[in-house]
Write a protein that binds this ligand. Structure first.
Ligand code: FAD
Ligand code: SIN
Length: 544
């Protein structure tokens, strides 16, 4: 199959890009691939909202820029922060035009929320299901475009580069080029080759590398692992954001329900098992300190008291006030016997967001030619060492737009269907071979995969979590080495499946997190190593 533009991922980044290209280039084809159902994305689960300066009487671009820089703890790229904050407002207007609805107050103005690290009220939201509303609007707009093909249940295995043509590729090979992808079509169970002039990776996050995460099952870091295999540049993987308040449900591990930070923005108070509002002891901003500080404080309280969670106290809210903004959270808590007006909500930190990822420039270009990345899989320079709440939906839209601007500028002066196709698997004169699966057999025992996934999640949570030290990191690396070797052997002889590929990808991502953490001999933002508790001004971005 050949397409002008290929998009991997149907979350906010992928869909925004596809829509923009489709609108601007009605004569070109855009293919969007997604590995399960179209709307099963991190985007769908976003609760708190999207940050943007809307009330220029009280707020300003400068204030949003400063808040982002403070959260990023010295590692944000100021130029990128300015781009996202300033251009973000236009992107928000666009998604409103595409049909997304955000809550308004009784005067008809947007009802702006506040979250940790924000000095002003600037979070647009749709109740406590903002992501679901944005995903809905985008998918509906996509369905109206006849030149976009959205293919669900298509698992991308690898991006195709010169490596697949038989050349030896290393990190220092100049002009590594992306020709498209190999895809396991889960409906036909066949591996297909899709060639494209430009490919956008919008494959989301990697929370599933940890035992407890707010991310759904799709978040296995596939895009980052594929680019790493293709010898593209990856950076700052040590900065994993743990959300302070995932709902604690004994026995629930894989995908924890989030209690949005907006609840604390509206007055929710964190308490330990003695009922103490402990955040006062950790930071003057108390419950609304940036996430790294709140998550570490909770982790410390849990360790001191020997408990598996702390509490979020909302008992002072009226039912009416709470359900107006947080109906989904109210219902979820009630479904497990917690009436938030009477009982405190048990919460614990969970892996939530990857600040690092595929290194991109200000036009979303990766180090691989014709390959772009946007959204959570990308490392644009916006977040630095810690992401400010509700900045990621904004970043995804801004860089999807920038990727669109760049690819369209490159294709505008070229004829329609720029792929010069002389044969079925030929792109611009390059012959691309089909996927080779000779010598592989159906997996005999799934336990070989599922047990390795469990081991990996456990070691990442226990050794590479909120608080780290050198010994834990070294142990993690040794155990990952073994898992890697075993998985590669399995991969060589087994027919590919999403489970096997996700395991392989997660092991790569876990390795990258540990490697970057090991290189950072300091504590900064989300990376806290008790062997190096201070900051070191000399250490900037870690690029692998
Ligand atoms: P996603 O929305 O995750 O989409 C990834 C896509 O890639 C999916 O379609 C998936 O199927 C596809 N994909 C992945 N691998 C493959 C493969 N191998 N083959 C084919 N397809 C593949 N951010 C905010 O700014 N505000 C919030 O309020 C907020 N709340 C959040 C709440 C929760 C519970 C979570 C988990 C995150 C939240 N975030 C929030 C973060 C934000 O939602 C994500 O960072 C953002 O939605 C990521 O969008 P994306 O387009 O990059 O990826
Ligand atoms: C939340 O609603 O607390 C999550 C916001 C975010 O991750 O940006």
């Amino acid at each position: 199959m050949q397409t002008d533009f290929l998009v991997i991922g149907s979350g906010i980044a992928g869909l925004t890009f596809a829509l923009k290209v489709a609108e601007d280039c009605p004569d070109k084809t855009i293919t969007v691939l997604t590995k399960t159902q179209s709307d099963e994305t991190n985007t769908k689960y976003a609760q708190g909202g999207i940050a943007g300066v809307m009330d220029f009487d009280k707020d300003s671009f400068n204030k949003h820029i400063e808040d982002t820089l403070i959260a990023g703890d010295g590692l944000c790229n100021r130029e990128v922060v300015e781009i996202v904050v300033r251009e973000g407002v236009e992107r928000i207007q666009e998604i409103i035009e595409w049909g997304a609805q955000f809550d308004k107050d009784k005067d008809g103005d947007y009802a702006l929320g506040r979250e940790g690290g924000h000095s002003e009220f600037r979070i647009l939201h749709h109740k406590d299901v903002t992501g679901k509303e944005m995903e809905r609007a985008l998918l509906e707009a996509i369905a109206r475009k006849s030149n976009i093909k959205l293919l669900s249940h298509c698992f991308v295995l690898d991006i195709i580069t010169q490596h697949h043509l038989g050349y030896l590729i290393t990190k220092s090979t100049p002009d590594i080029e992306c020709y498209g992808v190999y895809v396991l079509n889960l409906k036909s169970n066949k591996i297909e080759t899709i060639l494209a002039s430009f490919t956008l990776l919008a494959s989301g996050g990697n929370g599933q590398v940890y035992r407890t995460t707010t991310n759904p099952a799709i978040a296995t870091g596939d895009g980052v692992a594929m680019v790493y295999r293709a010898k593209g540049r990856i950076e700052n993987m040590e900065f994993i954001q743990f959300h302070p308040t995932a709902l604690y449900e004994p026995g629930v591990r894989g995908h924890s329900f989030l209690i949005t930070e907006a609840v604390r923005g509206d007055g929710g108070i964190l308490r330990n098992h003695n009922g103490e509002a402990f955040m006062e002891r950790y930071d003057e901003r108390k419950d609304l300190a940036p996430r790294d500080i709140v998550a570490r404080a909770i982790d410390n309280e849990m360790k001191i008291n020997g408990t598996e969670h702390v509490y979020l106290d909302c008992t002072h809210f009226s039912k009416e006030k709470f359900t107006e903004h947080f109906p989904n959270i109210y219902e979820k808590c009630l479904s497990i016997g917690i009436d938030i007006t009477k009982h405190m909500i048990p919460v614990a930190p969970a892996a939530h967001y990857s600040c690092g990822g595929i290194k991109t420039d200000e036009w979303a270009r990766t180090s691989i030619k014709n390959l772009y990345a946007a959204g959570e899989c990308a490392s644009t320079g916006l977040h630095g060492a810690n992401r400010l709440a509700s900045n990621s939906l904004l970043e995804a839209m801004v860089f999807a737009h920038r990727a669109y601007r760049d690819v369209v500028a490159k294709t505008k002066d070229k004829p329609v269907h720029i792929i010069e196709s002389s044969g079925e698997n030929t792109i611009n004169g390059v012959e691309v071979p089909n996927w080779k699966s000779e010598g592989t057999n159906a997996p005999k025992e799934m336990i070989l995969i599922t047990q390795s996934v469990k081991e990996m999640k456990l070691l990442m949570s226990d050794y590479v979590g909120i608080v780290r030290n050198n010994e834990r990191l070294h142990r993690a690396m040794k155990r990952l080495d073994l898992l890697y070797e075993e998985t590669e052997v399995l991969y060589e002889k087994t027919a590919v499946s999403p489970q096997l590929c996700e395991l392989r990808n997660m092991i790569s991502v876990a390795y990258l997190i540990v490697k970057c953490a090991d290189f950072r001999h300091e504590s900064r933002g989300l990376h806290f190593n008790t062997d190096y508790p201070a900051k070191d001004k000399m250490i900037q971005n870690i690029v692998l």
